[in-house]
Design a protein around this ligand. Structure first.
Ligand SMILES: Cc1cc2nc3c(=O)[nH]c(=O)nc-3n(C[C@H](O)[C@H](O)[C@H](O)COP(=O)(O)O)c2cc1C
Length: 328
């Protein structure tokens, strides 16, 4: 693709990346409202699902309003992954996504998530078994490889495709990188432009601005872009990027009042989802701490500390109103 025209932009979907402790129903709905073309649940542990652990089965809660939605599972054995996929199927998501990308020790170190990048035969065995076990389309999200010496994604993508997955999302980092360094989109582009690949390729990693999204579509030809951390305290990023892709202009600047109202709404929704005021606020803190609208404000330090310490809704909302008065 050499050029994006407005009529083409609907063909360039923007997805909310799966994120543990972040992409719960409250946040997914908010991102959906601002135009995320697909949302993913947090990753769901297959063994815990099979054991019917309440905090895990709760993660299967999806609503009609958020479709299309993918439920993501992870695990290290084909048997439990198949059982988990069958349980997930009953929740009727639009996709079942398999996580082969999580780098954290308690997951990858135990041979699940990105750990399977070190045991490709097993990864393929799991993938084939899950594809065979369910009627729903199965997708995979993974990384470039285990480390710099083992960037296997080009061959791996073909092998995963042969297992019958319907789409592949690639985070442009290795397991060893964790979240360090820059995502390598060149390799994502190589997968996409491999003539033997025919399933859609979703690119992921470090897309934080409309310009970068535009560049990734144009230069690497991916079928969709998945956005993770840049959505923190910024669910309207989907609208910003879409607007830019369609018009080549930036979305008109949003007022501080408007942004704080959305963040307040998110706090309310989190409290409701979690069912506890204090826990709901603690859960939302990541969004206050990282919201781009609260970055770089002059003399903001103490207010930021106050905001991140507040543990009642009344206090949080008062501080947000103060922010609007002082910096709006
Ligand atoms: C807090 C957090 C939780 C994450 N949880 C998951 C997860 O459950 N499943 C998954 O596939 N990736 C997970 N990721 C990785 C993201 O989906 C994404 O691949 C990564 O953040 C890179 O994209 P970004 O640069 O747009 O953030 C997580 C990332 C973060 C920061």
């Amino acid at each position: 693709m050499s050029h994006l025209s407005p009529s083409q932009t609907s063909h360039f979907p923007l997805y909310l990346a799966p994120m543990e402790d972040v992409t719960d129903p409250a946040f997914r709905m908010l991102c959906k409202r601002f135009g995320a073309d697909r949302v993913y649940t947090e990753f769901v542990n297959a063994d815990a699902l099979v054991r019917d652990v309440a905090s895990t089965t709760r993660k299967l809660q999806i609503s009609e309003d958020e479709r299309p939605v993918a439920i993501q599972i992870y695990g290290r054995e084909a048997e439990s992954m198949v059982q988990a996929a069958k349980i997930v199927e009953q929740a009727q998501p639009d996709f079942i996504d398999i996580n082969f990308g999580c780098p954290v020790k308690k997951v990858a170190g135990k041979g699940a998530g990105a750990g399977l990048l070190r045991d490709v035969p097993k990864m393929l065995q799991i993938t084939k078994a899950v594809v065979k076990a369910v009627q729903l389309p199965v997708t995979v999200k993974t990384r470039l490889g285990w480390n710099d010496e083992e960037k296997i994604i080009v061959d791996l993508a073909e092998a995963l495709q042969d297992c019958g997955i319907k789409e592949l999302a690639i985070h442009g980092r290795t397991r060893s990188q964790m979240y360090r360094g820059e995502a390598d989109w060149e390799l994502i582009g190589q997968v996409k432009n491999n003539p033997r690949m025919h399933i859609p390729i979703i690119g992921n990693g470090d897309v934080t601005t409309p310009e970068r999204a535009y560049e990734c579509f144009q230069k690497y030809n991916v079928d969709a872009i998945m956005i993770g951390r840049a959505t923190f305290g910024n669910p309207w990023i989907f609208e910003d990027i879409r607007h830019y892709l369609e018009t080549h202009e930036h979305y008109p600047e949003r007022s501080m009042r408007w942004c704080m109202d959305i963040l307040k709404e998110h706090v309310e929704a989190s409290i409701q989802w979690i069912g506890d005021e204090r826990k709901g606020i603690v859960h939302s803190r990541r969004h206050f701490a990282n919201s781009p609208v609260l970055k770089g404000l002059f003399d903001f330090k103490q207010t930021r500390i106050d905001l991140l310490r507040a543990d009642s809704k009344q206090e949080v909302f008062q501080i947000m109103d103060f922010i609007v008065d002082k910096w709006g």
